[in-house]
Design a protein around this ligand. Structure first.
Ligand code: GTP
Ligand code: MG
Length: 369
C-alpha cells in the first residue's frame, strides 16, 4: 500500500517534522520522525496545513476533478445568467418585476429582499436567467454567491440616491469574480433624480461610462414607469453575445445551490443553478456532505420538470438533509456511490472538527506546563 515517511512529507511540505508530529498528536496519533504514514492520515494531516493530496486512492477524486474538457461540437449556446445587485431599496426587485411583468415586491416582508430569487425569463430579444439578490447590508454572503455564479451583473443605482455602501460592495464582489457590470440607473422618473451624479460617482469607482471614454455600459431606467427596459435588456444580451456562453448539455448535470430551505411538507428543498450537463428526475447526486435522488424538480413558475439543462434554475426535492447554499451539486451514476461520497465527506468534516478540538487541548496542555 502507499505510504509516506513523516520526514519526507515534512520536507515536501516545507514544514518542520516537529510541527507535523504536534499536529498528529492533536489528531490523537503518536508518531516519530521515521514513521510511515498511510495515505489517509497523510491527506488529513496535509489538509490541516492547507494542502491537497493528489493520487488519493478514493473514487471521490474522479468526480471532484474538473470535469473533462468538452469537445467543441458538444458545446451548445446557453442563456446568460445575470445577477441584479445594488444598495438596499434601489429597486432591484422592482426592476426584475417590471421585466417579468410580475409582482414579487408586493409579497416581500417590509419590502426587503431576504433571499436569492432565480428566474428564467423569455424576453423579446432572447432568454435570460436572472438572480435577484438582497441589498440589505446583512446579506453580504448572498451577494458574494450571486457574483460567483453569474456571467453578467446588472448594478442598480437609484438616480436620487447615488452610489452607496452596498453599491461599492457589489462592485468589489463583481470585480473579484471577474464579471462584467452593466449599470442600470433606476428611478429616473423621480424628482431629484440626478443620473449625471451617478455617472460621476461610478466613474470614481472605476466604472467609466462609454460616452465619457470608458467601457461601462449605462442604461437609464424606471422600474416604476417601465421605461428603458428594452434598451437595458439589449445591452445585457449584447454583452452576453461577446461572452459566447456555451455548455455541454449531454452529460450528467452539475451546478450550484443558490438557496436551500426546510419546507414543512416537502422536507429539504434546494434551488440550484445548473452549470453544465442535464439533471433528470430520478438522478442520484451529491451536494456537500449530503446526497439524494431527484424526487421532484420544478422550474421558477412551480411547473414540474422531468429534466433541465445548462443555466436553468430549478428547485429540487430529495435531499437526505438540508443542503448548503454555495455548495456544488453533481450527479453520480449510482445512489450507493452518492451515499459513499457524502458519508466520506461527512466523516472528514467530523474528523476535522475533532482534531481542531483536540489541538486546543494540546495547546492548553503545553501552556499549563
Ligand atoms: P432590497 O431587495 O431590499 O435591497 O430592495 P430592492 O433594491 O429590491 O428595492 P425594491 O424593488 O423593493 O424597491 C424599493 C422601493 O423603491 C419600492 O418602494 C419601489 O416601489 C421603489 N421603486 C423601485 N423602482 C422605482 C422607480 O423606478 N421609480 C420610483 N419612483 N420608485 C421605484
Ligand atoms: Mg429586492
Amino acid at each position: 500500500d502507499e505510504a509516506i515517511r513523516l520526514s519526507d512529507m515534512a520536507h515536501q511540505m516545507g514544514t518542520k517534522a516537529q510541527d507535523l508530529i504536534k499536529a498528529l498528536f492533536g489528531m490523537g496519533v503518536m508518531a516519530t520522525i521515521n514513521q510511515s504514514l498511510d495515505i489517509d492520515t497523510a491527506s488529513l494531516l496535509a489538509s490541516e496545513f492547507g494542502y491537497e493530496v493528489e493520487n488519493v486512492s478514493f473514487d471521490e477524486l474522479e468526480f471532484l476533478a474538473p470535469s473533462e474538457v468538452d469537445k467543441e461540437e458538444d458545446l451548445k449556446s446557453r442563456p446568460p445568467v445575470v445577477t441584479i445587485m445594488g444598495h438596499v431599496d434601489h429597486g432591484k426587485t422592482s426592476l426584475l418585476d417590471a421585466i417579468r411583468l410580475s409582482n414579487v415586491t408586493d409579497g416581500e416582508a417590509g419590502g426587503i429582499t431576504q433571499h436569492i430569487g432565480a428566474y428564467h425569463v423569455q424576453t423579446a430579444r432572447g432568454e435570460i436567467v436572472f438572480l435577484d439578490t438582497p441589498g440589505h447590508e446583512a446579506f453580504t454572503t448572498m451577494r458574494m454567491r450571486g457574483a460567483q455564479v453569474t456571467d453578467i451583473v446588472i448594478l442598480v443605482v437609484a438616480a436620487d440616491d447615488g452610489v452607496m455602501e452596498q453599491t461599492r460592495e457589489a462592485i468589489s464582489h463583481s470585480k473579484a469574480a471577474g464579471v462584467p457590470i452593466v449599470v442600470a440607473v433606476n428611478k429616473i422618473d423621480k424628482e431629484g433624480a440626478n443620473p449625471d451624479n451617478v455617472k460621476r460617482e461610478l466613474a470614481e469607482q472605476g466604472l467609466v461610462p462609454e460616452d465619457w471614454g470608458g467601457d461601462t455600459i449605462f442604461a437609464h431606467v424606471s422600474a416604476k414607469q417601465k421605461t428603458g427596459l428594452d434598451e437595458l435588456l439589449e445591452m445585457v444580451l449584447l454583452q452576453a453575445e461577446v461572452l459566447e456562453l456555451k455548455a455541454n448539455p449531454d452529460k450528467p448535470g452539475r451546478g450550484h445551490i443558490v438557496e436551500a430551505r426546510l419546507d414543512k411538507g416537502r422536507g429539504p428543498v434546494g434551488t440550484m443553478l445548473i452549470t453544465e450537463g442535464t439533471i433528470n428526475q430520478g438522478d442520484s447526486f451529491v451536494s456537500g456532505v449530503h446526497f439524494g435522488k431527484v424526487r421532484a424538480m420544478f422550474d421558477d413558475q412551480g411547473k414540474k420538470l422531468k429534466s433541465a439543462g445548462p443555466a436553468m434554475p430549478v428547485e429540487i426535492q430529495g435531499f437526505d438533509g438540508l443542503p448548503e447554499a454555495g455548495d456544488e451539486l453533481f450527479v453520480v451514476e449510482e445512489e450507493k456511490v452518492a451515499r459513499r461520497i457524502a458519508q466520506s465527506r461527512a466523516m472528514k468534516q467530523r474528523e476535522k472538527i475533532l482534531s481542531s478540538k483536540s489541538k486546543v487541548t494540546l495547546e492548553s496542555f503545553l501552556a499549563s506546563k
